[in-house]
Ligand binder design. Sequence first.
Ligand code: APR
Length: 343
Amino acid sequence: MPLKIVRNDITKMECDAIVNAANTSLLGGGGVDGAIHKAAGKALLVECKKLGGCEVGRAKITNAYKLSCKHVIHTVGPKWNGGNCGERELLQSCYKESLNLALNNDCKSVAFPLISSGVYGYPKDKALKVAVDTITEFLTEYDMLVYIVVFDKSAFQISEKLFSDISSFIDDRYVDTHFIYRRNRPIVTDESDESIESQSIDGSKKHKTATPHCTCASAPKAISLEDMVSKIDESFSQMLLRKIDEKGITDAQCYKKANVDRKLFSKIRNDINYRPSKTTAIAFAIALELSLADTKDMLMKAGFALSHSNKFDIIIEYFITHENYNIFEINEALFAFDQSVLG
Ligand code: APR
């Protein structure tokens, strides 16, 4: 996934460049600025003093010194002033200028904090949206691994209603059965009742299901292994390409919307038996806006299922059931439920 949203301290990120949310003096401050200068050491300030400051919306690059990355890109975000004073355009410019500096310095990976969303007061959810939109647009043109490093959960403002809707959706489906066993065998509450195979924690009983023994002459003929293998189903790759054609979109439109890089897509396209990761398969299902049935079918072809004992899967199922394919809202919800995000 070329764009990843991670929770971390940006000074710990091991990539080619990290971006500093600086001020126009470039002489350090609090928040990210303070953390980066502290981790990089005094030599960073010595270099910054030679830069002559930086305008809002612009960016400048320095060495990283004691940090585990190669460069620090210093950019100055806008102060939030209600949203009608060009803040969005200036914030977009911070990301664009920083990405271009990273590109021109051969960086293959770069990590951003949520610029302006701390001291400068830019609402975190709006700041995240600007970051995701601007970076995604850049990634349609260039190959780079970009991290958005979210320091605190408040960046995702999930609405109370959506949170409670998803919570009840999870409760209805979250399979969390605990069978009470005594030394590897189920408790049979009534000695005579051998049919009870197990008893769940709420006391309900699961009865043994007699294994059907086919005695009638019409029992199906055993199918040879050759027959089974010759009837192999459509592969994940075949279904993906078929769905792209059915949707009338290009390959590039699909993998960019799925936030999957071009190299991975070409591997899938060129290898009929390619098995993607579950997250990648789900990302394509969301990008193609598949129905729940088609999503399950596509996942099965990659060797996966949507499980009801996995909150991540249930949240994905919630959004597909409600035909909401907005990757940003899905990530907000996943983040709110402490699940890893798509992309
Ligand atoms: N790693 C990642 N993110 C961090 C870290 C960290 N170590 N520390 C803070 N953040 C987050 C904050 O939670 C916020 O979401 O970075 C975002 C940006 O916050 P600030 O650092 O306050 O930056 P900004 O809002 O752009 O204000 C810049 O603050 O520190 C001063 O000198 C700086 O004057 C400038 C102003």
